[in-house]
Design a protein around this ligand. Sequence first.
Ligand SMILES: NC(=O)c1ccc[n+]([C@@H]2O[C@H](COP(=O)([O-])OP(=O)(O)OC[C@H]3O[C@@H](n4cnc5c(N)ncnc54)[C@H](O)[C@@H]3O)[C@@H](O)[C@H]2O)c1
Length: 259
Amino acid sequence: MGENIRPILAGTKALVVGVANENSIAYGCAKAFRTAGADLAITWLNDKARPHVEPLAKELEASITAPLDVAVPGQLEAVFDLIRTRWGKLDSLVHSIAFAPREDLQGGLLDCSSKGFSVAMDISCHSFIRMAKLAAPLMTDGGTMFAMSYYGANRVVPNYNVMGPVKAALEASCRYLAYELGTKNIRVHAISPGPLKTRAASGLKDFELMLNEAAKKSPLGELVDIMDVGFACAYLATDFSRRITGGTIYVDGGANVVD
Ligand SMILES: NC(=O)c1ccc[n+]([C@@H]2O[C@H](COP(=O)([O-])OP(=O)(O)OC[C@H]3O[C@@H](n4cnc5c(N)ncnc54)[C@H](O)[C@@H]3O)[C@@H](O)[C@H]2O)c1
């Protein structure tokens, strides 16, 4: 898929946060947005990540690149300053980041420390609220915001542990942000992809079992790939979806409707 996509997002500007490598969901989103004609801003976590992300940003002709660790005070503001200076506006924002300390992620929820819970919530959820606050004034023609969730937000998925409550908060945040930003014609979506083999997923215990289960459950009989997620977001960024906001959009081959 991709060769026959018309440049329906030409002239639009998209910030994509969360590219770590070519397996990242964020990379699929960036590639789909670029294929549809959008100009990109792409960030990397730190100096260690930069050599992996910079070539991908180059391949996608990103016009803005910058470091961004949402836990470092001032870095998020610096990215938005750059966007304001270079572009003067923003149309789409993709938040595709999550983190929980390994010891808190790999134990059950009962054993999650207060510190681990706060860090997971701050990096994986509140950072989206901070981004939305900075992005909204730049979305002068309206816009769309995306945050990556997972089925474990609503149903218990063994081994998803602390990320379940964190993603539930993220989906609720999307609803409230959609409510607060709707009159500015800014739409907010939680995207819930089926399991994908990425660096973040490798931190989950027995992730292979989740993959097998997802393939078995999906009415379409297949796992999703990062371009499936990217093109779903690209569609939601167009006027074709202009009355869709606030909800959780599953990109999982329909697995969520099957028990
Ligand atoms: N892989 C899956 O099966 C799956 C399924 C559903 C949802 N998701 C969600 O998709 C999103 C992207 O994850 P992925 O699977 O593409 O893995 P990934 O490892 O490729 O991406 C995770 C990203 O989070 C970034 N990150 C972590 N801490 C950060 C910080 N402090 N500041 C800025 N960035 C930070 C990393 O640098 C990385 O780019 C996450 O929210 C994840 O929970 C993943």
